[in-house]
Ligand binder design. Structure first.
Ligand SMILES: [Mg+2]
Ligand SMILES: [Zn+2]
Length: 208
């Protein structure tokens, strides 16, 4: 008796599928969409030039939001402008301590933190709304940009989404309400906070 699988196809006809497992197509299949998320005023309370864990307040909706987004299959990647480093107000190590504390509060679910230490007038490639941090993330992860979002409270968070060709969600925490009126084009989603933004993104589905 001849064993058959996949309809009437013979084994030899199925072999090319196996060979395709290392093709660019299957790498494409492994790609995950990312939620790029701003830090200050989005994940944590906005503090001008936050330099110490003592002043860190993680919003109560942040841990469950990150969990929901991760459970839905998104990478969660923080993109943060930290010009306080360039200004000499605190060190990169101070900032890393803050990131460790945030990571602890969200159960270690954040995939990566990218930061820009430069001053706004330095013309670097990594300061939002420039694309350097997203490009760095793309070098480190297989990211499906088409399904990805940027969530943040400032106009530059919406602008980096526009520059990267991804969808944006603006939160009204932090500078959100003040910055919303500075936008020529509204974000795809405007939400009260990260909790509402996450719910909205998940309900819109991947193919918006
Ligand atoms: Mg912010
Ligand atoms: Zn930079």
């Amino acid at each position: 008796m001849e064993l058959e699988c996949a309809g009437t196809k013979k084994l030899e006809e199925l072999t090319p599928t196996v060979r395709l497992s290392t093709s660019p197509y299957s790498i494409q299949l492994m790609k995950k969409p990312a939620i790029f998320v701003d830090r200050d005023g989005t994940l944590i309370e906005e503090v001008n030039f936050l330099s110490s864990v003592d002043d860190l307040i993680v919003y109560p909706f942040t841990p469950p939001s990150i969990k929901k987004l991760k459970d839905a299959g998104f990478l969660v990647i923080v993109l943060t402008n930290q010009s306080g480093i360039g200004r000499g107000l605190y060190t990169a190590d101070d900032m890393h301590s803050v990131h460790e504390a945030i990571q602890n509060e969200v159960g270690g679910l954040i995939d990566a933190f990218y930061f820009c230490p430069h001053l706004p007038n330095e013309g670097c490639r990594c300061r939002k709304p420039n694309l350097g941090m997203i490009e760095a993330a793309q070098a480190d992860f297989e990211i499906d940009l088409e399904g990805s979002w940027m969530i943040g409270d400032k106009n530059l968070d919406v602008w980096i989404a526009e520059n990267a060709g991804i969808k944006s969600a603006m939160v009204m925490t932090g500078y959100g309400s003040a910055h919303r009126s500075t936008l020529e084009r509204e974000a795809v989603v405007v939400a009260k906070d990260l909790g509402e933004a996450s719910t909205a993104i998940l309900s819109l589905g991947p193919n918006l």
